[in-house]
Design a protein around this ligand. Structure first.
Ligand SMILES: [Zn+2]
Length: 140
């Protein structure tokens, strides 16, 4: 029994990493989203240097265009930085559901993606994996 349990766990590759985000970083995301409203804001998620699974910083891209449409990430402006694990952006609407453009972005860039929807509080954001599936993320 133990053997099978172990093997099953090993197969669930995506679930091996349990992602966390610091409450300060989450607060900052909400603040950025609020200040950009009714536009979107976009940024990158950076993890701590030790465990590399706790998101503790957001990096705002210099060339990010925000407007009524979805935030466009200029990924070619990205520094080569392996501490960046994914993206974050806000939705002026109340839905944190990824759009089809979001899903394309998720698949290309990174493993963890956060969408923060209006009203930009602790209950209005969601995390997704590269495939746009819900990702459990603990606030620490
Ligand atoms: Zn979006």
């Amino acid at each position: 029994m133990l053997f099978f349990k172990k093997r099953n766990r090993g197969n669930a590759n995506n679930r091996l990493v349990s992602w966390k985000i610091t409450s300060n970083c989450l607060k900052l995301i909400c603040e950025c989203a609020k200040s950009e409203y009714p536009n979107e804001f976009g940024g990158l998620l950076r993890v701590d240097s030790e465990k590399k699974t706790t998101i503790n910083e957001i990096v705002l891209l210099p060339g990010t265009i925000s407007g009524d449409a979805h935030a466009i990430f200029r990924m070619h402006m990205l520094p080569i930085d392996f501490s960046i694990v994914g993206t974050v952006h806000s939705h002026p609407s109340h839905s944190a559901k990824p759009s089809s453009a979001d899903l394309q972005l998720f698949r290309k860039h990174g493993k963890v993606h956060i969408i923060c929807a209006n009203p930009y509080d602790s209950g209005s954001w969601k995390a997704y994996n590269y495939n746009g599936e819900d990702l459990a993320m603990e606030v620490v």
